[in-house]
Design a protein around this ligand. Structure first.
Ligand SMILES: [Zn+2]
Length: 487
């Protein structure tokens, strides 16, 4: 798909090579080519990736920028590997990247906008684009990092991954989704924020955040604000609940400030006021029994170097292709609907993955509606899973699923009996489409259904022993994947 379009240097030597190339090119300011064993074409591409400011441009008038988007090119801010207090500009022409302190494009010369040096150092910046394979590859890499380093339910880990993607396109969305991370494990909360810092665009990890201090930040850069246990004063509450919609600003000392930016806030066990709860996706942290390994700085640096580069490449390749469009099979409240379409819009070239955000937001939506029918959904998924594993037939009647789900619920102390019609509606809500036959409503037990049911069942915490069904390909995938601990 996008393979080969970006400069790509083998992982082990990538960092060293790009750094040295940058140093050399800047120091000599010449067009001398590096000797290398690469093909001439690749060599050319790599060399063109580290462009030099045109000397003539130095005298021309410079436009200080935080990023530009042209019909066939993009300019973005990137790190200066030789000085963590400064930034470079990157020009992407659709096939190759040029990194330099100044960039000439069209009839103008651009330079990075002036920012407080300590701010530059605190914020996370990519150095250059790195090839990421496919959207699914990149999604799985981010998801894998989250599940490896944070004790968290699959549904939450997936939502976090969609959130990470959305932080790379705040300027293309109608709403910048925010996260409210909840849970008793302080260490876990901070670990998750530290990991998000490596993954999100222009991220900042803030130990303390007052309304005034947040407004003093360059919010027009749409930084990803990662906030640990803030003191919820009235102004901060108001800021958190009103700053997720693009185009809405706030007035400070006669100036209109753009305040819309992605946010993830760890609230611990504090109760979240309704005005914030209704505008943020809630991510519960598991009360972990097994302590995940603490992320060392070295590991974080490695993750940052790789993922910031890959996410930048993803942004550059897909910036103009981000479209907010309707998603089928969704019966959400307005707020959840907006979360879903904005998160899905950031997943390009993989419609199934984009739609995958819908079932993940179901619980949030139930919460908003005050309809806690998650228990019924889990029972239905358990019932369908049992039918899939029995392999009696390629179809199952909704009546049969209902009987099985009711039995499962009875074993959990539930006394309400659900009717096939209610179960049918829940199946629709889970994107498990029914088919009408002469004998009644049926669910087709194909591979697509199987994959979806396994994924949903994991997210809903349905317990089953993946090892007891050796013939099931989807259980097999779970066994070999990171989720095999879930029984
Ligand atoms: Zn299975």
């Amino acid at each position: 798909m996008n393979s080969g379009r970006f400069l790509f240097v083998p992982k082990s030597t990538r960092e060293a090579r790009q750094m040295s190339t940058l140093h050399m090119r800047k120091a000599s300011n010449s067009k001398q080519k590096r000797k290398s064993s690469r093909s001439p074409r690749r060599e050319k591409r790599i060399l063109s990736s580290v462009g030099i400011a045109n000397p003539r441009a130095a005298v021309a008038k410079c436009i200080a920028t935080a990023g530009e988007s042209f019909p066939n090119a993009t300019i973005d801010l990137v790190a200066d590997p030789s000085d963590s207090y400064r930034l470079n500009l990157l020009l992407w022409d659709g096939s190759s990247a040029t990194v330099a302190p100044r960039i000439e494009y069209g009839r103008s010369t651009y330079e990075p906008m002036a920012l407080e040096p300590t701010l530059v150092r605190t914020m996370q910046w990519p150095k250059c684009p790195i090839e990421y394979g496919s959207t699914r590859n990149l999604f799985d890499s981010v998801l894998g990092l989250i599940t490896r380093h944070v004790e968290i339910q699959d549904t939450s880990a997936r939502l976090l991954t969609y959130f990470v993607f959305s932080t790379w396109f705040p300027d293309r969305l109608s709403l910048a989704p925010g996260l409210a991370i909840l849970g008793p494990a302080d260490g876990e909360g901070v670990q998750l924020l530290r990991l998000l810092r490596c993954l999100c665009r222009r991220s900042m990890l803030l130990a303390e955040a007052s309304h005034a201090s947040l407004l003093s930040l360059p919010l027009h850069l749409s930084p990803s604000l990662l906030v640990n246990r803030p003191m919820l004063t009235r102004p901060l509450r108001s800021f958190l609940s009103t700053s997720n919609r693009r185009g809405l600003g706030t007035v400070k000392r006669g100036k209109v400030l753009e305040v819309c930016c992605p946010k993830a806030v760890y609230f611990g066990m504090d109760e979240i006021p309704q005005d914030i709860a209704s505008v943020m996706i809630q991510i519960p942290l598991s009360s972990a029994t097994a302590q995940p390994s603490v992320l060392e700085d070295g590991t974080l640096n490695d993750i940052t170097a790789e993922l910031q580069g890959k996410m930048l490449a993803y942004r550059l390749a897909n910036y103009s292709r981000i479209r907010i469009s309707h998603l089928h099979g969704m019966n959400f409240t307005h707020q959840t609907h907006e979360f879903a379409i904005n998160l899905a819009a950031c997943i390009v070239d993989d419609a199934e993955l984009a739609r995958g955000v819908v079932p993940l937001l179901k619980e949030q939506d139930d919460h908003v509606r005050g309809q806690p029918d998650r228990k019924l959904d889990a029972a239905i998924l358990g019932a369908v899973l049992a039918c899939l594993h029995e392999k009696k037939s390629d179809w199952v009647q909704v009546k049969e699923i209902t009987a099985l789900a009711n039995t499962l619920l009875r074993t959990q102390g539930e006394i309400v009996e659900y009717r096939p019609e209610e179960v049918g509606h829940r199946l629709d809500g889970l994107s498990l489409g029914r088919t009408r036959q002469n004998e009644g409503m049926f669910l087709l037990l194909g591979r697509d259904t199987s994959r979806l049911v396994h994924r949903l069942a994991l997210g809903y915490g349905v317990s089953w022993d993946v090892n007891s069904v050796p013939a099931c390909p989807d259980c097999k995938a779970l066994r070999s994947g990171a989720n095999s601990v879930l029984m």
